[in-house]
Write a protein that binds this ligand. Structure first.
Ligand code: FAD
Length: 498
């Protein structure tokens, strides 16, 4: 069995396979485990989900001091998972998968790496993440720019920021965290904003003394805290995505946060979102607004026209100098499994299927008709913007393990039926229509440029949990290899003619 990717998703699958005593390898393109937490080491990189929730249930992260982990802490935790659970011998690092092809004759997958090596496997699990491939906008004149430019997920730590003029393009989660940090050292920071984010205040990174004492001394306090976070997120954050009851108080808190931190009415007006809260990712941040208030930091809302030799020109004709440009412009998220050629039964290309369907479709974001014994973690519409992503991944992993058991029981590859897929797709369409995303006029990585909502899960995590509780046998069928199909067919024909 092959797992592709060693981020939160892939390591979680690997631990379950190890526990089940199955034979597997994890192929990972990076030189280390950690996924986005290996890629994104920009200054200030931080998580907006408390570590109690942003960790595996099988090896919970229970630090009585830290509420919100930073990038290094999460990376250390994930490395620890690989070590403590004996996953290292299964890892093949620096191994990027280029293609995977299902063989109709023997019901197995051939996986080809970018180096040209091949692996054969009965099952394949894609855990390649949604936020892995950086998106850099196509801005005119890029080649003319004489300074340094890089994406936030490819941070260049050799740059000395002191005395430098820096341009940060993008004000999403990464952009906000980066600006807060660079404003401390750079001579000038120019921040180019396309759409202002809704920003909620972030509770302190560390627990206060009372909570620390409770977590350190009261039995069951960690579990209770985690359960509170999990159910609280479903109860309060998930309805925001549907414009539900909590959207108004959340918007009110965000506006109050903006008013409190930005007294300047002109700047405040530029930062005030003019779309519904939840239509794009909500930020938890305390440092971005104060950074923008500093005299050497400028927020620019005029669209960028082009690069110049020594900076950036906006459409109003203003040139601003930059020694370094940071693209905090996000990822090619809607291009799920992008850059990988995947061929299922009959040689059908997954990306062609998704193009024909008009969207990437997958039952519970994890299985596609015509692609036997192939699964995904964090596939289409299974990223939750309102709760714990590790929790959704754990539910997908559990379901996949039950699919493996079903396949073993049936003694054949299995695949999701078109009927089960259609039923789920119908439900998903209705659930997405109930969210604020389809009508959203703002660009967001939740959806494609044509408006198709491809990435986020539209419900609660508890709802996802109820759906994966169903027996995979109700949605999957055995796929006999063609020679067996022919045998069965001729036997049936023989019977009919007898
Ligand atoms: C900067 C940043 C901050 C974030 N903050 C939060 C947060 O606060 N809260 C939250 O819930 N979520 C956050 N996320 C979302 C985050 O993506 C998920 O929470 C989760 O960590 C994703 O895990 P994953 O395993 O699905 O994907 P990833 O972590 O992306 O792991 C995928 C792995 O697959 C590997 N891979 C990809 N393609 C190939 C290939 N062809 N061959 C071999 N290997 C391959 C990659 O190298 C990577 O290691 C953040 C994301 C980013 C980018």
């Amino acid at each position: 069995m092959i797992v592709v990717g060693a981020g939160f998703g892939g390591l979680g699958v690997a631990q379950q396979l190890k526990q089940a005593g199955l034979d597997f390898l994890v192929l990972e393109e990076n030189p280390q485990v950690g996924g986005v937490w290996w890629d994104n080491h920009y200054p200030g990189a931080n998580c907006d989900v408390p570590s109690h929730l942003y960790s595996y249930d099988f090896d919970p992260w229970r630090d009585p001091a830290i509420r919100y982990p930073d990038q290094q802490a999460i990376l250390d935790y994930l490395r620890g998972i690989a070590d403590r659970h004996g996953l290292r011998p299964h890892l093949r690092l620096n191994t990027a998968v280029a293609a995977a092809t299902y063989c109709d004759d023997d019901g197995r997958w051939t996986i080809t790496t970018r180096r040209g090596d091949t692996y054969r496997a009965d099952h394949i699990v894609w855990a390649v993440g949604q936020l892995h491939r950086p998106y850099i906008p196509d801005i005119a004149g890029r080649a003319e720019f004489g300074g340094t430019a890089f994406h936030s997920a490819r941070w260049d730590h050799s740059v000395d920021w002191a005395g430098r003029d820096v341009a940060v393009i993008g004000t999403g989660s990464s952009g906000a965290q980066i600006v807060s940090q660079l404003a401390r050292t750079a001579a000038r920071v120019t921040v180019y904003q396309r759409t202002p984010a809704w920003i909620l205040p972030k509770p302190d990174q560390r627990f206060g003394p009372v909570t620390r004492w409770i977590l350190g001394h009261v039995p069951g306090a960690h579990q209770l805290y985690r359960a509170g976070l999990y159910h609280g997120a479903d109860l309060v954050l998930a309805p925001i995505m549907r414009g539900g009851w909590s959207a108004r108080p959340a918007a009110w808190i965000a506006r109050a946060h903006l008013r409190r931190q930005v007294p300047d009415p002109v700047l405040r007006s530029k930062l005030a979102p003019r779309y519904r809260i939840g239509e794009k990712g909500i930020l938890l941040d305390n440092g971005f607004y104060p950074a923008l208030m500093q005299p050497h930091v400028e927020l620019v809302t005029d669209p960028i026209e082009r690069f110049t030799a020594d900076g950036i020109r906006t459409v109003d004709g203003t040139d601003r100098h930059a020694d370094v440009v940071v693209f905090a412009t996000g990822f090619r998220a809607p291009e799920l499994l992008g850059g990988i050629e995947i061929r299922g039964r009959g040689g059908v290309n997954l990306h062609d299927r998704w193009a024909r369907a008009g969207r990437p479709d997958a039952l519970l974001g994890l299985a596609v008709p015509g692609f036997p014994n192939m699964y995904m973690i964090a596939g289409p519409n299974s990223f939750t913007p309102a709760n714990s992503n590790p929790a959704i991944k754990a539910l997908q992993t559990d379901y996949i393990v039950r699919c493996l058991e079903l396949s073993a029981r049936l003694g054949a590859p299995i695949e999701v039926t078109s009927a089960a897929m259609a039923e789920f797709a119908g439900w998903l369409d209705g659930a997405i229509a109930d969210t604020v995303w389809p009508a959203a006029g703002v660009p967001t990585w939740f959806k494609r440029i044509d408006g198709e909502v491809t990435n986020p899960w539209p419900g609660t995590v508890a709802q996802f949990g109820r759906m994966v509780r169903r027996d995979p046998a109700t949605a999957f069928v055995a796929v006999p290899p063609p020679h067996r199909t022919l045998l069965t067919q001729s036997a049936r024909e023989g019977k009919q003619s007898a």
